[in-house]
Design a protein around this ligand. Structure first.
Ligand SMILES: [Zn+2]
Length: 212
């Protein structure tokens, strides 16, 4: 069977490239045409790909993993690859969080922690499985995300590619439970440890301090 990923994954990589490469001041804008040729994120190819993957993501389609890996490799060659991977993970978290109904999102913030946590955990698990190809489980006061087949692994020097998943789970937990705790990359496929795994705090936070 052909390995696939949700279309939101390649879309998150493309959107991050576009965001990082978009000129953010007037001076830059005058040179956009010139920049277009130099910067990957502003090329017509990227725009066309964003359009295609946006449509696919809206329809809930999946993309061949190889295509997503090819995009990650392009990012991995950039000197600012870590910033782009982090931006992409952040985008992935925000977009996947928005697939939860607005009522449920509100409930998770308003309900007492003891009721909100199991609900948040179920959504974290569902989102990780569908969008990141990962397994989420709880161990004590920690939440663990395991990604058996990382798309970004080895696409940049060291474990830079892994920052994509780290950024995604960090932002997702901030949105779900207001977590501002650390996320640690405890196991890495790149070090021959089988699969990549991240450990995040799942303790009770004062949510009024975390989110509002
Ligand atoms: Zn890793």
């Amino acid at each position: 069977m052909l390995a696939t990923v949700d279309a939101l994954l390649p879309l998150s990589l493309l959107e991050a490239v576009r965001n990082v490469d978009t000129p953010n001041d007037q001076f830059d804008t005058e040179y956009v045409d010139e920049l277009r040729n130099k910067r990957l994120g502003l090329s017509d190819t990227i725009y066309a790909q964003i359009k295609r993957h946006t449509e696919a993501a809206r329809r809930g389609h999946r993309t061949a993993s190889d295509e997503a890996i090819a995009l990650a490799k392009l990012i991995g060659r950039r000197p600012d690859s870590e910033a782009v991977f982090r931006a992409a993970g952040d985008y992935m978290a925000r977009q996947s969080y928005r697939t939860i109904s607005p009522v449920t999102r509100k409930l998770m913030r308003l309900m007492p922690s003891a009721m909100a946590r199991p609900l948040a955990f179920r959504h974290a698990r569902k989102i990780a499985a569908r969008y990141l190809g990962g397994n989420v489980r709880r161990v004590g006061s920690f939440l663990l995300l395991e990604v058996p087949r990382s798309i970004t692994l080895g696409t940049a020097p060291g474990a830079i590619g892994c920052t994509y998943y780290e950024s995604a789970i960090k932002q997702l937990l901030r949105l779900l439970i207001g977590s501002i705790g650390a996320v640690e990359h405890v196991r890495c496929s790149g070090r021959g440890e089988g699969s990549c795994e991240w450990r995040a705090d799942w303790r009770s936070f004062d949510r009024t301090a975390g989110l509002d």
